[in-house]
Ligand binder design. Structure first.
Ligand code: DMJ
Length: 492
């Protein structure tokens, strides 16, 4: 080797050294989450490819979401984010062939919107394959938009896809008609066709004109024909949840131009603090429910998206009061995991409010309040993401790494109690260390949400930054036209 060759070699080494030091260090925990995704995806690919879900105990299949391969649509952007190129390409092949006018049952508008349309738009935002946008437009035109073909232009809960018209039935939940707008707005932004955005936002205008007993909060069950609430039951849980979530997110996605939805969000949050906030004798804070004139001390894992949504709003609006509320809810949500014997939170729980006399409650309830801080009701765990989702927001917006450690605890509990040879399954009893009761079902949102949030919380914070993306309710990130400033500047 002559001296010239030696100096080239040194330069090359220095160049690569610089390259390696310039790359962010990879947290080994992100790699573990990626391995979990791969394990689950390989099981699904082997036994259930093209079906909506795998049954990961029996290696059977299930088609609960139109039979178009929901796991593929839901998992596609996670594959892009994790750099799983081969799995992505195979997914794209499948997507190209899906026929939107054939289903095994009427299509549920809300689920089709958040999982299929949301998945396509997000994968398109991340990767730019035109097929994805074309399929999204087709899906919107053939399935989502026909749901609006009702006398008052409100979306029907189900669509008969073969005939492209609403399926019969008038009863619909707040979340089902009140959280279609984020996907429709993004589709309008990407295509330049405003008809989607108009249809989505029109619903919110209609809701804002309906009087409510509790300002900003609406009952869960509605009659579509009269467009009036059919019950007095108010909750932030399933059936209502994403309605509140999307008010803020749509305002952000629309670069602050959609003022009404931000006002509706602010009013809803004000009422959550005033009427739903409940504190226990031991300082835990939960979001209660309302039925008639009663406050029900009942909540659950599904509600645990709210701390993250509140913190996003608090950072965006620079509102300290909302921030404090977010923190107390985050802590109590996480504690339902930390204080359960398996480290997994129950689906629902109740509690005793500090205004109530502890002594009048049964011994077992008092004991449970003292030891765990809640009383488990539905003891199942459905591989849900909400607490991990909020931890992700908290980590990204505070820079506090203890949120990563909490997410890691949750991941380890999932690994321990939900893993099967072909994936991960829902279980029936998180409170029973001896028998968690595996149930043989893996929801597509496990690929879309749970594993994505877990992966991102251990990734470089600038990767899919909250300053640049807004996540739909199924954890599909949509690119913001104008960045916002909500992420922390330092992480420690
Ligand atoms: C997801 O499908 C969505 O987050 C939805 O809004 C409600 N919850 C499930 C996951 O728990």
């Amino acid at each position: 080797m002559n001296s010239k060759q030696i100096s080239y070699k040194i330069l090359l080494v220095l160049f690569f050294l610089q390259l390696t030091t310039a790359l962010p260090t990879i947290d080994p925990r992100a790699e573990e989450v990626k391995k979990a995704f791969k394990h689950a995806w390989d099981g699904y690919s082997k036994y259930a490819y093209g079906h909506d879900e795998i049954q990961p105990l029996s290696n059977g299949v299930s088609d609960s979401r139109n039979g178009w391969g929901a796991s593929i649509f839901d998992g596609l952007d996670t594959m892009i984010i994790m750099g799983l190129e081969d799995d992505y390409n195979r997914g794209l092949d499948h997507i190209q062939k899906v026929n939107w006018t054939v289903t095994n049952a009427p299509s549920k508008t809300f689920e089709t919107n958040i999982r299929y349309l949301g998945g396509l738009l997000s994968a398109y935002d991340l990767k730019g394959d035109l097929t994805l946008l074309q399929k999204a437009v087709e899906l919107a035109d053939k399935v989502i938009m026909p749901s609006f073909d009702t006398p008052n232009r409100m979306p029907a809960a189900f669509v008969d896809v073969e005939n492209q018209r609403p399926a019969k039935g008038n009863i619909i939940t707040l979340a089902e008609f009140g959280s279609l707008q984020l996907e429709l707005v993004r589709l309008s932004q990407l295509t330049g066709n405003l008809k989607y955005e108009r249809a989505g936002n029109h619903i919110l205008e209609k809701i804002s004109r309906v009087p409510s007993r509790v300002p900003g909060l609406y009952p869960m069950i509605w009659d579509l024909e009269t467009f009036t609430p059919r019950s007095t039951y108010i909750t932030i849980s399933g059936g209502a949840d994403s309605y509140y979530e999307y008010l803020l997110k749509t305002h952000i996605l629309m670069e602050g131009k959609e003022r009404l939805q931000l006002d509706m969000w602010n009013s809803a949050v004000g009422s959550m603090r005033r009427y739903l906030r409940s504190e226990t004798h031991f300082g835990k804070v939960y979001l209660a429910e309302i039925e008639k004139n009663y406050k029900l001390m009942r909540s659950g894992e599904l509600v645990c998206f709210m701390p993250g949504n509140l913190l996003l709003g608090a950072a965006y609006l620079k509102d300290r009061k909302i921030g404090r509320f977010a923190f107390e809810l985050m802590e109590s949500c996480y504690d339902t995991w930390a204080h359960s014997p398996t480290g997994l939170a129950p689906e629902t729980w109740s509690w005793i409010d500090k205004s109530q006399n502890l002594a009048v409650f049964p011994e077992n309830m008092r004991k449970s309040m003292l030891t765990t801080g809640f009383v488990a009701q539905d003891t199942g765990y459905d591989l849900r993401p909400e607490t991990v989702e909020s931890l992700f927001y908290f980590y990204r917006m505070t820079g506090d790494k203890t949120y990563q450690d909490k997410a890691w605890n949750i991941f380890q509990a999932i690994e321990k109690y939900c893993k099967t040879s072909a994936g991960y399954t829902r279980i029936s009893d998180v409170m029973n260390l001896n028998n968690v009761g595996s149930l043989d079902f893996e929801e597509s949102y496990f690929f879309a949400e749970t594993l994505k949030y877990l992966y991102l919380i251990f990734s470089d914070p600038n990767y899919i930054s909250l300053d640049e993306y807004v996540f739909n309710t199924e954890a599909h990130p949509f690119k913001l036209k104008t960045p916002i400033h909500v992420q922390a500047r330092t992480f420690s």
